[in-house]
Design a protein around this ligand. Structure first.
Ligand SMILES: Nc1ncnc2c1ncn2[C@@H]1O[C@H](COP(=O)(O)OP(=O)(O)OP(=O)(O)O)[C@@H](O)[C@H]1O
Ligand SMILES: [Mg+2]
Length: 337
């Protein structure tokens, strides 16, 4: 049966679960994750190290490591009213999907360039791998994209990677990422290795590119301030689950989940009122033997017996959150956000 999605939804992730098989046992890195990404929307995934942000995004382009298995769910992708399940694409279809439909800039990708090839070759090779052999046309498109990321196109196109600074490499990667006009661009910690001014510049460039080209973004970041600048929608990931999802304003000013509240409260404020800062006690759980009930309960200031026993699901309150005690969070959040 043909699958249906609303016209403006480009990606629909539905109940996806992923495990890593390891000698110590199965790591349950993604549990029942669902979300929809709309045309032109930027969604940020936020959460501590090890929460499962990269795992989810790798599944979207089927680039998970060999020991990973998607145990359930489907990932629907919509282009021009044609809906396909990414998990069911053939190898050949997948290769073209990865650049032409959904491109990813990987965590730590500044080193992804082949050091012995000029930037030009990396653009040409990428194009050729997708049957695009007209070097002059590739050059034209590359010039436009390099300009969009505010680099000197002629100079960069003929440079070797080592002639570019970290920030320039990252911009070049962004340009390369959209060479084949993908509808979805996944950026995994795109600014982490860069200094703060360069980070800002990359975010500006990204916003600019997105305005111009209209793609949708999945943006993964530890940095809430950057996520706030990039995103329309924010999803908090904890222990492999989305525990809260809403618009950037809802999430940053009216959080409903204690974990989101903790992430926000642990960001130093400009007015530097230290007594308003709170850090989340403890560490993320072991995903081979995750806690019972709500996985956040061992670290949660609001936890009760119910939280030990029953796992909450996402419910619509002001927006979607998975917590038994959203009312308590609402009473308290004014002190922190
Ligand atoms: N190849 C692998 N084999 C086994 N376990 C893995 C593998 N890759 C990741 N994991 C585990 O899966 C969980 C999720 O990891 P993931 O890299 O998706 O988190 P993340 O949110 O992207 O973290 P970070 O912010 O550090 O990048 C972690 O518990 C991690 O240890
Ligand atoms: Mg990661």
């Amino acid at each position: 049966m043909a699958q249906q999605l609303p016209d403006d939804v480009v990606l629909s992730v539905e109940n996806v679960s992923i495990v890593y098989h390891t000698s110590r046992g199965d790591v349950r890195a993604t549990n029942n994750v669902s979300f929809q990404l709309r045309k032109g929307e930027a969604m940020a995934l936020i959460g501590e190290s090890g929460s499962g942000k990269t795992t989810v995004s790798l599944s979207l382009i089927r680039k998970l490591p060999k020991n990973a298995q998607v145990t359930e769910g489907r990932i629907l992708y919509n282009r021009d009213h044609k809906v396909r399940d990414v998990l069911k694409l053939s190898k050949g279809e997948m290769r073209s999907f990865r650049w032409a439909d959904c491109a990813m800039v990987f965590q730590g990708a500044q080193n992804a360039f082949n050091p012995v090839l000029k930037v030009r070759r990396q653009f040409e090779d990428t194009a050729r791998a997708h049957g695009w052999n007209d070097k002059e046309a590739v050059r034209k498109r590359a010039m436009r994209l390099l300009e969009l990321v505010r680099l000197d196109p002629d100079r960069v196109y003929d440079a070797y990677p080592h002639e570019l600074s970290g920030g320039m490499k990252q911009r070049t990667l962004l340009a390369l990422g959209v060479l084949l006009s993908p509808q979805v661009v996944i950026l995994d910690e795109p600014t982490t290795a860069l200094d703060i001014l360069t980070q800002r510049a990359i975010i500006d460039v990204l916003n600019n590119m997105q305005d111009e080209l209209g793609f949708s973004i999945i943006f993964i970041s530890h940095d809430l301030a950057l996520a706030a600048e990039m995103a329309d929608t924010v999803a908090t990931v904890y222990a492999g689950e989305i525990v809260e999802i809403g618009s950037v304003n809802e999430m940053f000013y009216r959080p409903l989940h204690p974990y989101t509240l903790g992430l926000l409260a642990s960001v130093p404020k400009l007015d530097n009122q230290e007594d308003n800062m709170m850090s989340i006690p403890g560490t993320p759980p072991n995903l081979i033997t995750p806690p019972s009930g709500c996985k956040f309960h061992p670290r949660c200031q609001f936890a009760t017996d119910k939280c030990h026993e029953d796992e909450p699901v996402l419910v619509e309150y002001e927006h979607l959150a998975a917590c038994w005690h959203t009312e308590r969070v609402i009473e308290t959040r004014g002190e922190y956000v």
